[in-house]
Design a protein around this ligand. Structure first.
Ligand SMILES: Nc1ncnc2c1ncn2[C@@H]1O[C@H](COP(=O)(O)OP(=O)(O)OP(=O)(O)O)[C@@H](O)[C@H]1O
Length: 275
């Protein structure tokens, strides 16, 4: 193993562990609004995510979830308000700084977004090639990731030869390739059956525990939030209507939208099991 990548990985790991221990805010949105012509997609949204947390952002279609995710990875700029990642205001970063920061944010997609003409190995190698890693380093990292997501045997298969769960495992490995500090999951399990969803969520949970990587999930399924998230934010018509610790919100939902996601009527309390 070359010494530089090893030291680099160690430094990143130390940052993640220290960040978690010191409860540093990794992601902070302050009064963020986003307007597209007549549409207000986000309306004075404030969210704080600590290092190592698993945040679930739940909302109906059109609530603003994707827009919120795109704010976090700098693909969308707020009309008002600020987005800070590791204390840095994204609006004040140069293009190079923004690109560097974005290379530390992985993405997992509902429909996997794999390159169909490339093998499993090549899909995972792709983000490493983009940042100019050397072949030996790429090989070592891809082998490690193939093993971690349980796809070593499928290294030479093409996406069309994989099940949905296997495709998402490739998506996860690809998202982890550049040692991200944040992984954004855009409806990552919505195209999967319940058993496969469970295995993917279990894998993500294990990766969070092993690495301390912060995960942000957007979903319209409360069961996903319940299974993996520590914090939840409920988004409705561009506003966060309820937020907090998952156990607390599940036990005592306050807002009618939260209650409806939990399968409760507005007059009912919490404690119903969402499977
Ligand atoms: N680029 C855009 N131009 C115009 N309107 C947009 C744009 N992006 C999003 N919107 C609008 O902003 C609102 C929020 O959209 P967004 O995609 O963030 O919601 P969502 O909660 O992710 O929905 P879904 O679950 O259906 O993907 C919607 O009314 C949408 O039509």
């Amino acid at each position: 193993m070359k010494i530089y990548p090893f030291l680099h990985q160690c430094a990143e790991r130390v940052f993640i562990i220290l960040g978690g221990a010191l409860k540093l805010s990794l992601i902070q949105l302050q009064n963020v609004s986003k307007r597209f012509a007549e549409v207000t997609a986000l309306d004075r949204v404030s969210v704080t995510v600590q290092t190592g947390e698993m945040l679930g952002i739940i909302g109906h279609s059109g609530a603003g979830k994707s827009t919120l995710l795109r704010m976090i990875n700098g693909l969308e700029q707020p009309t008002e308000g600020e987005v800070f990642i590791k204390g840095k205001d994204l609006a004040h970063l140069s293009k190079i700084e923004l690109r560097k920061l974005r290379s530390k944010i992985g993405m997992i997609f509902q429909h996997f977004n794999l390159l169909t003409s490339r093998t499993v190995y090549e899909n995972i190698a792709f983000p490493l090639q983009i940042v100019g890693k050397k072949n030996a380093e790429i090989k070592m990292r891809v082998e490690e990731l193939l093993e971690r997501v349980g796809l070593t045997e499928k290294r030479n298969s093409y996406p069309s030869q994989l099940s949905g769960g296997q495709k998402q495992r490739v998506g996860i490995a690809r998202a982890l390739a550049n040692h991200p500090e944040i992984v954004l999951c855009d409806e990552a399990t919505s195209a999967l059956d319940p058993a496969t969803t469970d295995s993917i969520l279990h894998l993500i949970q294990e990766i969070n525990r092993e690495t301390g990587i912060t995960f942000v999930f957007i979903t319209h399924e409360m069961s996903v939030v319940k299974k993996v998230c520590s914090q939840v934010a409920v988004l409705e018509a561009g506003q966060i209507v309820e937020t907090g610790d998952v156990a607390e919100v599940f036990a005592h939902p306050g807002h009618p939208v939260t209650k409806s996601f939990l399968g409760l009527t507005s007059s009912e309390g919490g404690n119903r099991i969402v499977s």
